[in-house]
Design a protein around this ligand. Structure first.
Ligand code: WTA
Length: 659
């Protein structure tokens, strides 16, 4: 059976999974519905999304503490939204200070599980508060002020969270870079953001070995003139290169600092962070998020979708280097005063049962992970989770890519004891919170992220901005603003306009083009079909085709490159590169290996192609645009369609079929 036929068969999962009555009756969302007198889920979603200003005004007061109340919920001048206008607030105050004033001060905020077995650290809210304040004071001492940028390049250790909270506490803007990214990727982001301080560590643990990070950070900031200091957390104790005058050990920086630090209350619209994400060009875009909106959207969605209660143990098994971790490991759970698990290492260390052991050991109640992880566990076999007691779990979640019904069913059966509901949340770096998602009260269809959440408006539309009938495919479009939405691209307003808003501007200014394709079934359930633009999704990691291509061509022997995604059973998609070499260069296996390594170094190991094919020429339009769609069709053994508009149609024939 071909890949497609197989997917089609698997997609024929027509069961509906009704939420158990016990789950519904105790749920946070049901309590709010009862308070408001909503009888059905449909009524709830529709009212909140239609009356979204009133709704968010109420949520803003329910979920956040304001130093100065806002005067106006929303000022929407497409494509720019201002939420909670006139309000003064501080995100870290909402995550830490306000809990420390209550009994929660000694509640565990993080169970930080290091990769080495038995390396576990517990952080109470009070611990986190004190550590954050000390680091915030250290940053102030280095000259960091409100609005300044701080780059953070750390692995999955609680210090990453502390570094972010310390920035937010003093109104500085953090720019976190995933620790799996290369020195060059870090450096590019530090330079683009003109950060004053870099925060990194000596190294971290991966599959029982230490991975160095400090040297990479050094290479990244070597030619970044804005950097005044680099704070280095000692994680592994390995030897590191040292730059006198720039580098400061974290423990030295915080020594003697006061454990209190007054929060800098900022305007609701002041920026909380920048996070770079991939788009259609080779240059990542710096997505800006605002403090006020972030104090509201993330905790509200976590409370309603994952139904967090005071005694839950929440585990969002993502990396804080991506938006999922920003929102749902750091800001949302801490704001709610929840207990969360953080895990540093690899899921297969010391064996592929590690996650299930963590759930058993700490009584995790709600697990949120990606389809790639689920498929990997599926491949390893149901006998691994079966060895552990997972009975503490009460709800499951998925994010990052479309989840195929087969993986969904496996997840429910093997992790969820054949009875737990799965919240498939669709959202983006740009949106900051879930947009489409089931609630604990929603009947589930495997593979579907259900509907737009209360307070959000999302449609499937054709090119003109008309809603397509149920059953037909189209573009995912968000039609109304919401508090956690992106505010801008750092220093690039034109690209902001062009990327999301221009597409529908003529008829519908303010319609946001998400870049995904979807279809809704007869009941209006969303099924996300994947990206419409040239962005790859490898194991839930968003990577631009053009980023990989530019990394390939930066290798001296490569003249041109075209990258496409090929469906993969575990990772969703893997990268295939077609490289045209400089005249006279012979395409050998050694050369392929060198290119893989080079891309890993330039960009990230996760962005390294899984296959490289040498070709004489890359199919292009006359204006030089690489025709990835045509290349992909040919490589997948399909009809590439009309190639007559290409500058070099013969190059299409030379693309090998690789399936
Ligand atoms: C994809 C990650 C299907 C989608 C939070 C989106 C999903 C991109 C889902 C954003 C889901 C995310 N079902 N596809 N539940 N969640 N995606 O910015 O293509 O890293 O546009 O944010 O991931 O990736 P990003």
């Amino acid at each position: 059976m071909g890949e497609e036929a197989k997917t089609a068969v698997l997609m024929k999962e027509e069961r509906i999974f009704e939420p158990p009555k016990e789950l519904v009756d105790q749920s946070n969302v049901k309590a709010w519905m009862d308070k408001k007198g909503f009888k059905t889920e449909k009524e709830l979603r529709e009212w909140c999304s239609t009356n979204y200003e009133e709704f968010w005004g109420e949520m803003a007061n329910d979920f956040a503490d304001w130093e100065k109340p806002f005067d106006k919920v929303l000022d929407w001048q497409p494509p720019y939204a201002k939420w909670f206008v006139g309000g003064k607030i501080n995100m870290t105050y909402n995550c830490l200070d306000r809990h420390v004033k209550t009994w929660r001060r000694n509640k565990v905020a993080y169970i930080a599980v290091g990769e080495p077995v038995d390396d576990v650290r517990l952080f109470t809210y009070w611990d986190l508060y004190r550590e954050t304040n000390k680091l915030a004071n250290a940053l102030k001492g280095m000259g960091v002020e409100k609005g300044d940028r701080v780059s953070i390049y750390l692995p999955m250790i609680p210090e990453l969270s502390i570094a972010m909270l310390a920035c937010a506490k003093i109104g500085a803007i953090h720019s976190v870079v995933f620790s799996g990214f290369s020195a060059k990727a870090y450096g590019d982001r530090v330079k683009d953001g003109e950060s004053k301080v870099s925060i990194t560590c000596d190294g971290f643990w991966r599959r029982g070995k230490t991975v160095p990070l400090k040297a990479q950070a050094d290479e990244g900031i070597a030619d970044a003139p804005s950097i005044l200091k680099q704070i280095v957390y000692k994680r592994t104790g390995q030897d590191v290169p040292w730059n006198e005058g720039v580098d400061v050990w974290w423990h030295d920086a915080v020594e003697g600092q006061s454990a209190t630090c007054d929060p800098v209350f900022v305007d609701s619209e002041d920026r909380l962070y920048i996070l770079y994400t991939s788009g259609t060009t080779g240059k990542p875009k710096g997505i800006e998020h605002a403090q006020g909106g972030y104090c509201v959207g993330p905790p509200q969605t976590l409370s309603w979708v994952f139904d967090l209660k005071e005694d839950d143990v929440w585990w969002c098994a993502a990396d804080i280097g991506w938006v999922t971790g920003h929102s749902y490991i750091v800001y949302a759970p801490l704001s709610l005063g929840a207990t969360g698990v953080m895990y540093e290492g690899s899921p297969d260390f010391p064996d592929i049962g590690r996650w299930w052991k963590i759930i058993q050991d700490y009584g995790v109640t709600v697990l949120y992970t990606s389809p790639t992880a689920i498929r990997m566990f599926m491949r390893a076999g149901g006998e691994w989770p079966a060895k552990y007691d997972l009975s503490s779990l009460r709800l499951l979640g998925s994010v990052g890519e479309p989840i195929n019904p087969e993986a969904w069913i496996w997840y429910r059966k093997n992790i969820g004891a054949d009875k737990l509901q799965i919240m498939d949340t669709w959202w983006q770096t740009e949106t900051g919170t879930f947009i489409n998602s089931p609630l604990p009260i929603t009947p589930l269809k495997p593979g579907s992220c259900a509907f737009a959440l209360p307070g959000y408006s999302c449609e499937v539309m054709d090119e003109k901005g008309t809603v397509v009938p149920f059953g037909e495919g189209g573009n995912v479009v968000i039609t109304e603003p919401y508090p956690s939405m992106l505010r801008a691209f750092y220093k690039d307003p034109d690209r902001y306009m062009k990327t999301y808003w221009e597409y529908y501007w003529e008829n519908h200014p303010g319609y946001y083009l998400a870049g995904d394709k979807a279809r809704r079934d007869d009941d209006g359930y969303f099924f996300i079909q994947g990206r419409m633009d040239d962005v790859l999704n490898v194991a839930g990691h968003r990577i631009g085709n053009s980023e990989v291509e530019s990394a390939c061509v930066s290798f001296p022997d490569v003249a041109e490159a075209a990258c496409i995604g090929k469906p993969d059973e575990v990772k969703g998609e893997v990268i295939i590169a077609f490289c045209a070499l400089n005249a006279g260069v012979v395409g050998t296996d050694e050369l392929k290996t060198a290119i893989y390594k080079h891309v890993g170094k330039e960009l990230s190991k996760i962005a390294a192609p899984s296959e490289i094919h040498f070709v004489a020429d890359v199919p292009k339009t006359r204006s030089g645009k690489i025709m990835r769609r045509i290349i992909k069709a040919k490589a997948m053994g399909k009809d590439p369609g009309d190639t007559s508009t290409l500058a070099n149609p013969e190059a299409v024939d030379a693309i090998p079929t690789i399936v």
